[in-house]
Design a protein around this ligand. Structure first.
Ligand code: FAD
Length: 548
């Protein structure tokens, strides 16, 4: 391994016409790293991107093992409009988007026809109650705003809500209404992937919300990342463990012992990875940078995708479980609406997400499935009020009707995943049979389970403002240190925790890096500026957004 003094000597980059060719190492192949690498390559830099995983995309990960795309990390384009920094590339690729909500709000979704909420006995919450409680939730949030203007010290959202109830006892709810309110809070926690007792009252809403609502990438994020990554020099399976910098340049050491040298480095690894200190900096990063790394929060949200052989749930975008605590509330995204595939995605966040990561994948999938069973118990019972209809028979004919196990005697009508195999949970369904009666069928559910909290390549899902820590820390995380440039969702002041946020910070870091290296080498006529906004727009095409 070379010492710092040898950095210049081991530079592996060729010179152009006897002149030093500017070089950069980008660490991390998510949206931030890929956009930085692309922009710098367009600006005539020699670019090498080092990625620890054996794939690119980072927390935007599209899985194809069900035979069609399912996003196990980012799935929505938040702000489906031309102003979105990703709109030019998505539009140009002609990728379809499916808007699950036209509302720009993140916490109170006014598009309530897209939800079906149930209590844990399987009773659907009347829509009027959902809307009524939604109004109360909005009033509660307005009261928390007043609180933060009055009280200078920060506090958690949990404490703020408790104080609002003391001041405004009329906002307190009971019974089912209280459970629905808990569900709204559970959605709030899901947005930050963190429990409300860690979320800052002062800064929780600093994020800039683009107009256009929230739209699912119907074909997943993979085509976008693949397009952006085309022709880049990407080294997969290269986990960076040390970064050494001096006036001459930067040396980046990978845990297989290889080292790379360049003029500058763009660091886009997740905040969770920076927090873990698995990358050593020599010399150490300044205190203000280390504090930003320590004090910005990282939450965990996971996805458990359940692939059934038929749809047996209502045709809404979300199915919600209301309960007496936010921990036991939850929700499923109905992918069938957007993609036509019979898939529900369970999305636990905060402590629940952490707890589920401690289970085996099978147990986590079974847990999600039990939640579904609680809210839709009728799917496990033979309908008493009707004979199976012909159309239903046609829909179900694809199922294997040969396997008809007897029910366990102690649990009649149980919808239980008994044995589990690697990726299938056997499930019992009642289905209509050809003789016009109902009969029992065993079907299998395929599942996928994410582990964003414990995966060493992410160590969390996305960043958020924790209690007592200022929002400007996100900017501090972005500010360069000598020839180290920083990008990634947690460096975005405006679009924290999003794909378009990560993408824009990659472009910002690339531009800063380009300017800094220009300064260092003087007038370099080989430099082409990165593509400006105007040019991108000329090449862009309108977004293809639908709501089926
Ligand atoms: C479950 C979930 C749901 C989400 N939903 C949405 C959504 O719907 N819409 C949205 O806009 N955003 C969403 N997000 C957030 C979004 O995915 C992220 O903000 C964005 O993808 C982050 O991109 P990034 O480039 O900053 O980081 P990453 O994508 O994490 O890229 C960092 C890269 O660094 C690599 N790396 C780590 N350590 C090292 C190392 N030592 N050496 C080399 N490489 C390393 C990683 O493998 C990774 O590829 C979601 C995230 C999760 C987890």
């Amino acid at each position: 391994m070379e010492s710092r003094n040898d950095i210049k000597k081991v530079s592996c980059y060729p010179t152009i016409k006897g002149r030093h060719s500017p070089s950069v190492i980008v660490i991390g192949g998510g949206f931030a790293g890929i956009s930085a690498a692309r922009a710098l390559q367009n600006s005539s830099f020699k670019v090498v991107l080092l990625e620890s995983r054996h794939r690119i995309g980072g927390r935007a990960y599209t899985d194809y093992s069900f035979g069609f795309p399912v996003d196990m990390g980012a799935a929505w384009l938040h702000g489906a409009c031309v102003k979105n920094p990703l709109a030019p590339v998505i539009g140009r690729l002609g990728l379809p988007l499916y808007r699950t909500s036209g509302d720009d709000s993140v916490l109170f979704d006014h598009d309530l026809e897209s939800y079906a909420l149930y209590d844990t006995d399987g009773n659907q919450v009347p829509q009027e109650l959902v809307e009524h409680v939604g109004g109360i939730f909005e009033s509660m949030l307005k009261e928390t705003e007043k609180l933060r203007q009055e009280i200078s010290n920060d506090m958690s959202m949990t404490k703020a809500i408790a104080m609002v109830f003391e001041r405004r006892p009329d906002l307190r709810l009971e019974g089912l209404a209280d459970k629905v309110l808990k569900w709204y809070l559970c959605r709030l926690e899901g947005w930050f992937a963190a429990d409300a007792d860690t979320i800052s009252l002062k800064y929780w809403d600093e994020e800039v919300l683009l107009p256009g609502g929230h739209a699912l990438m119907v074909r997943g994020y993979r085509p976008v990342i693949n397009t952006l990554a085309r022709d880049l020099d990407i080294r997969l399976g290269h986990r960076v463990s040390k970064i050494v910098r001096d006036k001459m340049g930067v040396e980046v050491i990978v845990d297989n012992g290889k080292s790379f040298v360049a003029d500058a480095v763009v660091i886009t690894v997740p905040l969770g990875v920076l927090k873990s200190n698995s990358i050593k900096f020599e010399p150490r990063l300044p205190n203000w940078k280390e504090e930003a790394i320590k004090d910005i929060g990282v939450g965990t949200e996971n996805k458990i995708a359940l692939h059934f052989d038929r749809v047996f749930w209502p045709s809404v975008e979300f199915l919600g479980v209301v309960s007496s605590s936010t921990y036991s509330c939850s929700y499923f995204l109905n992918l069938h609406k957007a993609t036509g595939h019979p898939v529900l995605v369970y999305m636990p966040a905060g402590q629940l997400a952490h707890d589920l990561e401690k289970l085996t994948d099978e147990a986590a999938a079974s847990f999600a499935f039990q939640q579904l069973k609680q809210i839709l118990p009728d799917a496990s019972k033979p309908p008493t009020d009707r004979k199976p209809s012909v159309s239903k028979l046609a829909v179900l004919s694809a199922l294997d009707t040969r396997a008809r196990p007897s029910l366990p005697p102690h649990k009649p009508n149980s919808w239980l995943p008994s044995q589990t195999t690697h990726d299938l949970i056997p499930v019992l369904y009642w289905i209509g049979s050809n003789d016009g009666n109902w009969s029992l069928l065993v079907a299998k559910i395929q599942y996928l389970v994410s582990h964003w909290g414990t995966d060493v390549n992410s160590l969390g899902s996305y960043s958020y403002d924790t209690v007592g820590k200022p929002h400007y820390l996100f900017e501090r995380l972005r500010i360069p240190v000598d020839n180290l440039f920083f990008a990634g969702e947690a460096t975005s002041l405006d679009y924290t925790g999003t794909v378009h946020g990560a993408f824009s910070t990659g472009l910002m870091a690339a531009e800063e890096c380009r300017m800094r290296v220009l300064e260092k080498y003087g007038n370099l006529d080989i430099f082409h500026p990165a593509m400006g906004h105007g040019e991108e727009e000329q090449l862009s095409a309108p977004l293809l957004i639908s709501r089926i």
